[in-house]
Design a protein around this ligand. Structure first.
Ligand code: NAD
Length: 498
């Protein structure tokens, strides 16, 4: 693909290894302790910047700023004014989309063609919730109590929202949490991942430039176990919106109990993809492959359990293997790259351990399975897209979230069996179905326990469509009107009028 701008030049200008302060109460500040951590380009190992490592006291400061803003001028912003602000942010994002995309690519490795392509998801979200800001309303309810009593509900902002996000899509994850907060009149303290904090800090600049009042959006960088944990337990935070692993989600839910703050959790997955024997194989192969390989498998919705009708299993899996070998693996900033690096050496090691377990448990390695070396790869964390066939349900690679480029393909004999095995997972985030039979598609959609089901496609997300998990993949929804309700409390009002 040819880019219309010089991504490498922009990358060179964007980060020079210097210090990037965090954003609290409208000020650019260091951590009170002065502690910093380095953040890297996972393709090259180069230090992009150092960022503050917030202590609990920094989180306290940010929460106080968010509380003050909530009770200050921000509470007087009309829905129309909040809408106007969101539209202004969207315009700034539009003007700076290339910078935002390059920033994401540099800090977390996703190919630039993909970060650029996320535009509709991110700017669309800002505009969708701008529209919703003036559409919020309560209801008038007829009551049955004798006398003249009017009852109605008000939808009020839930208050100070703590947002904690992972490293794998910082731009989108930030906006998917900030936009509904601004639409509803909440304030936010957002803690990015320590692995990819830079785009959220860039976003803070655009918030400031758009005129978001001080304290309404705060971005605090730091470790999960310190800054994240303080945010989750903070007595003056009303709600936590979290995206990340199931284990961290559980610890956040426990920490939130102290003040019974509301919690919504977008967690991990081990999503099944069912390929029926009547599927259009040549159309299904690239989609099923990219259901995992996009972003090197580092996506919560990765369709990593590939159930294929036994009659076509070998042909299908061979073609997925061929497709895997055809992918160009390289630095995300190169427009020709299909697959970028893994986020860290630690994550690459985790994936290698999974691959070794697949081999030792007897799965058939069809493609990949190796760490890449050579000049392009030596300083980054690159693993070849890997396909295992004839995997058994009980194998580790079929049960656990890998968060790497590994597909576990398994034959099935009957649809009932495929559904039962697809549902036999603690997770329930997403699923894919490939069939040309409409009745079969509907049957599978009804029976699969997952928050999103795609038929003859995968990966699509839209601001208007709710996204979230069932079972251990979490609770709450992002996107759509449902997401707004996560940021609102309902108040019932009774007025005696006689
Ligand atoms: P993670 O759970 O390790 O970290 C996520 C965030 O939580 C980070 O900001 C981290 O600093 C913070 N954190 C860590 N420990 C904490 C604690 N004790 N208290 C408070 N905050 C804490 O996840 P990750 O490695 O950054 O991301 C990968 C995981 O995220 C995968 O499991 C993936 O499936 C999941 N994910 C889910 C979705 C979704 O929408 N369902 C989207 C993307 C990623």
């Amino acid at each position: 693909m040819t880019l219309t701008f010089d991504a490498k030049q922009m990358a060179a200008e964007l980060y020079d290894g210097g210090f990037r302060p965090m954003f609290i109460g409208g000020q650019w500040v260091a951590a009170q302790s002065g502690e910093v951590s380095e953040t890297y380009n996972p393709a090259t190992g180069a230090v992009l910047a150092t960022v503050p490592l917030a202590a609990p006291a920094d989180i306290d400061l940010a929460v106080a700023a968010a509380r003050q803003a909530l009770e200050g001028p921000w509470s007087k912003f009309s829905p129309y004014e909040r809408q106007t602000l969101l539209l202004k942010i969207a315009d700034l994002f539009e003007e700076n989309w290339e910078r935002l995309s390059v920033s994401d690519t540099l800090n977390m490795g996703m190919p630039i063609t993909r970060t650029l392509a996320n535009k509709r998801r991110v700017i669309g979200m800002l505009r969708f919730y701008a529209g919703m800001a003036t559409a919020l309303h309560g209801e008038v309810i007829d009551n049955s109590i004798p006398g003249e009593i009017v009852t109605f509900t008000r939808r009020e902002p839930i208050g100070v929202v703590g947002a904690i996000i992972p490293w794998n899509a910082p731009n989108a994850a930030s906006i998917w949490k900030i936009a509904p907060a601004l639409a509803t009149g909440c304030t936010v303290v957002l803690k990015p991942s320590e692995d990819a904090p830079l785009t959220p800090l860039l976003i803070a600049k655009f918030m400031q430039e758009a005129g978001v009042p001080d304290g309404v959006v705060n971005i605090v960088t730091g470790r999960g176990s310190v800054a994240g944990a303080r945010l989750a337990e903070h007595p003056d935070v009303n709600k936590i919106v979290f995206t990340g692993s199931t284990a961290t989600g559980q610890s956040i839910a426990r920490a939130a109990v102290g003040n019974l703050k509301r919690v919504s959790l977008e967690l991990g997955g081990k999503s099944p993809v069912i390929v029926c024997r009547d599927a259009d194989i040549d159309r299904a192969v690239p989609v099923a492959a990219m259901a995992v390989f996009a972003h090197s498998g580092q996506i919560c919705i990765a369709g990593s359990r590939l159930f294929v009708a036994r009659e076509i299993h070998d042909e299908f899996v061979t073609k997925v293997g061929d497709f895997a070998r055809s992918l160009r693996i390289g630095h995300g900033i190169d427009a020709d790259t299909d697959i970028g690096p893994l986020i860290s050496a630690r994550q690459a090691q985790v994936v290698e351990t999974f691959i070794a377990s697949g081999q030792s448990e007897g799965a058939a390695l069809v493609a990949g399975g190796t760490r890449l070396s050579g000049s392009l790869y030596d300083k980054g964390n690159f693993i070849a897209p890997t396909v295992f066939g004839h995997v058994k349900d009980e194998m580790k690679i079929a049960r656990e979230e890998i968060f790497g480029p590994v597909i576990s393909a398994m034959p099935f004999d009957t649809i009932d069996e495929a559904v039962e095995r697809a549902n036999a997972s603690p997770y329930g985030l997403a699923a894919g179905v490939f069939t040309q039979n409409l009745g079969m598609a509907h049957k599978l959609v009804r029976r699969i326990k997952a928050g999103s089901v795609w038929v003859n496609m995968y990966h699509a997300l839209d601001p208007a469509v709710p996204f979230g998990g069932m079972k251990m993949s979490g609770y709450g929804r992002e996107g759509g009107i449902e997401h707004l309700h996560e940021y609102l409390e309902t108040k019932a009002v009774w007025i005696q009028t006689d």
